[in-house]
Design a binder for this molecule. Structure first.
Ligand SMILES: [Zn+2]
Length: 234
């Protein structure tokens, strides 16, 4: 099965080929209201996104949390919710197990990656829904890439120690971090084999994405995934 991204020009969100549940990485003009219209009858579940490593498990029949839970990830096997994260430069990460239909989402900046939020998301899918990591497909969305993500000495040393020299690039202008590659290394260490990275830098592509580093904006783009039915709108 192919597992490649589609062109962002095809709509206001980017889909990943081969993922058979509703999902997308929204560009900057894609609003929550449009998502509600696209997937009526499902409740959008947003997260507090506190740069931690907690992953919320939403089981069938259980009450949904009130307000924003203090989590940076969520997993579910229920078809009546849409998992959502909002990002500007951090990684939006979508997870899907074609066997069980369980899905997951995570918001991962440098703090979340170092704290193991993706490890926790894989663990939650495995423990709650018996997903085999070898089956789980992961898509890493638009984020600030190594072309633009300059970091200080403290962050670069921590990533160097945890993921090795390939995630750090020292060049004219400073030290740059490859956050997506760090995420891939973490996921592969958990047994995940199918990982797709959308090769678009939020800092470089001001026409498509908000970037906190570029403009200091408060605005974020929406990424989403929903389990259950195997049809995708659009
Ligand atoms: Zn860039």
């Amino acid at each position: 099965m192919t597992w490649r991204s589609c062109s962002p020009k095809s709509g206001s969100f980017i889909r990943v080929r081969g993922v058979e549940v509703p999902h997308g990485f929204g560009t900057k003009d894609f609003a929550l209201e449009a998502l509600r219209r696209l997937l009526p009858g499902r409740k959008p579940q947003e997260l507090g996104q506190v740069h931690g490593n907690k992953v919320l498990i939403l089981r069938k029949g259980a009450p949904l949390p009130q307000g924003l839970p203090p989590s940076d990830g969520a997993v579910t096997d229920r078809g009546d919710v849409i998992l959502i994260v909002r990002t500007a430069d951090c990684l939006p990460v979508l997870l899907w197990d074609p066997e069980t239909g369980a899905v997951g989402i995570a918001h991962a900046g440098w703090r979340g990656i170092l704290l193991g939020v993706l490890r926790e998301a894989i663990k939650a899918m495995r423990e709650a829904f018996l997903c085999d990591p070898e089956r789980i497909r992961v898509a890493i969305g638009p984020a600030i890439k190594r072309c633009c993500y300059r970091v200080g000495e403290e962050v670069s040393s921590a990533f160097l120690a945890k993921f090795g020299p390939q995630v750090i690039e020292r060049r004219k202008g400073g030290t740059f971090l490859d956050l997506a590659l760090s995420a891939k290394i973490e996921l592969e260490s958990m047994g995940v084999e199918r990982i797709e990275e959308i090769d678009l830098c939020t800092f470089c592509h001001g026409d498509l994405f908000h970037s906190f580093r570029r403009s200091g904006t408060e605005r974020r783009q929406i990424s989403f995934i929903a389990g259950g039915r195997d049809v995708h709108p659009g």
